[in-house]
Design a protein around this ligand. Structure first.
Ligand code: URP
Ligand code: ZN
Ligand code: ZN
Ligand code: ZN
Length: 451
């Protein structure tokens, strides 16, 4: 039987980033057609219309995970959770932006001798981003210090996963974050700091925003939901499964701190940096932590972890939850209001959310390919009941209805107004001009040539 082309989500509390309202949502051909009270026409039969009762539940814009690595070839192996396509980003930034709809580029300050860019290269790349209307993203860690720190740890006989954190403490992340912001600011290019993992780096982003810099910080499910004490776990595989860069931080107050900053807009979006490796892949580094493939899970659990630690704990309300899991990303990456909002004309990417039910996260029950879950045992309030992607019910009552290739690539236009309005205005009004002077007419010494 063909899926009904129309859906009516009845009686739920529709939550956008600015306000919530009890309303019906009528979906036709993948798009929200109407929003309001009592949209069901009177009478019994409504051919081709499926009605979903959302009474007592929340109706949220679909989450936007700002940062994943699926089927990512990395550190000699490949992340196990897959994805239909990857992107090669080299010097063809302009072509990618103008012809392929790519409007963000990630630059690495870490991974020396592999991806690491030095300051002049960052300056050039940020300048290019600005010229083509893209947002520059950085992985902010000082790659030279990591390389020296790793040698030091190995020389001390520290070969286990704890060495991964010890060779790259918070200051290594904070220094690079400040350096990236300084360079972006010199270019007047908007900047997006991916995977903010530490209190120190988050403070750098917060200070820069208060100084008026156009910068956004992205904590991830891992940094909001767990911490780096796991690197000292006696089980090698347990510790190794937490290895990612920048590392989780041993200071156990980190997740709470990052959530506070996310709640008050010092930090802006949430990703996962989902980059999963099975134990046998992590074991490439069983005798040397520098060889452990870096990456953790998160894509399946992000919404629940943020609901639990953010909304259930009382740090943010349901509207801020929508802002940080969906709307802000849609604005920054220029998909708004097609994505990131439930409104007439928006794509019908919708989650029916039960804020009171709980679920326990476990690798035994998760739907990811990886054999470990860094949130193992966490009980989360906030459970998705129904997930709708462009009008199609793709998940309901524990059952998925998806086929590989169902996803759709959306080209993104450059010069997102949300970030570029201020940038363009600053170019017009804040560009320095020379002081007008009479030419100097006095004596000038002659330098001796050195031959
Ligand atoms: O450890 C991490 N973060 N793995 C994914 C690659 C990256 O740096 O984002
Ligand atoms: Zn990274
Ligand atoms: Zn374990
Ligand atoms: Zn990443």
């Amino acid at each position: 039987m063909a899926a009904p082309s129309r859906l009516l989500i009845r009686g739920g509390r529709v939550v956008n980033d600015d306000f919530s309202q009890v309303a019906d949502v009528l979906v036709e051909d993948g798009v929200v057609r109407a929003l309001g009270r009592d949209l069901l026409p009177p009478g019994g039969a409504h051919a081709g219309l499926r009605v979903i009762d959302a009474g007592g539940k929340l109706v949220l814009p679909g989450g936007i995970d700002t940062h994943t690595h699926l089927q990512f070839p990395f550190m000699g192996t490949r992340s196990v959770d897959d994805f239909h396509q990857g992107t090669k980003v080299k010097e063809e930034m302009k072509t990618l932006t103008q012809e392929k709809g790519v409007n963000s580029f990630k630059m690495f300050m870490a991974y020396k001798d592999l991806y690491m860019l030095r300051d002049p290269e960052l300056y050039a790349a940020f300048s290019r981003c600005k010229e083509i209307g893209a947002i520059a993203q950085v992985h902010a860690e000082n790659g030279d210090l990591i390389s020296e720190g790793a040698k030091k740890m190995l020389a001390l006989g520290i070969t286990g996963p704890e060495g991964h954190e010890l060779c790259r403490p918070e200051a290594v992340e904070a220094e690079a974050t400040l350096r990236a912001i300084t360079i972006a600011s010199a270019v007047n290019c908007p900047l997006y700091i991916v995977h903010v993992m530490s209190k120190s780096a988050a403070r750098v982003v917060a200070d820069a925003r208060r100084d008026g810099k156009v910068v956004y910080g992205e904590p991830i499910a891992a940094s909001l939901g767990t911490d780096g004490t796991h690197y000292w776990n006696k089980e090698w595989h347990h510790a190794a499964h937490h290895v990612m860069g920048p590392p989780l931080r041993p200071d156990p107050s980190t997740p709470d701190y990052l959530m506070n900053l996310l709640a008050n807009d010092d930090l802006t979006t949430t990703g996962t940096d989902n980059c999963t490796f099975n134990t046998c892949q992590k074991a490439l580094g069983k005798d040397d932590f520098t060889k452990i493939p870096n990456g953790v899970n998160g894509v399946e659990d992000r919404m629940s972890v943020i609901w639990e630690k953010g909304v259930h704990c009382g740090k943010m309300d349901e509207n801020r939850f929508v802002a940080v899991t969906s709307t802000n990303a849609a604005k920054i990456f220029n998909l708004y209001p097609r994505k990131g909002r439930i409104a007439v004309g928006s794509d019908a990417d919708i989650v029916i959310w039960d804020p009171t039910s709980t679920r326990t996260i476990s690798a035994k029950t998760h739907h990811q390919a990886v054999n470990f879950n860094i949130f193992e045992g966490m009980v989360c309030h906030g459970v998705p009941l129904v997930t709708i992607s462009r009008g199609k019910v793709v998940y309901e009552a524990g059952v998925f209805n998806v086929t590989a290739g169902d996803g759709k690539y959306i080209p993104r236009k450059p010069f997102a107004e949300y970030i570029y309005k201020r940038i363009k205005q600053r170019d017009q009004t804040c560009t320095p001009t020379p002081v007008e002077r009479e030419p100097y007419k006095g004596e000038v010494i002659t330098l001796k040539s050195r031959g």
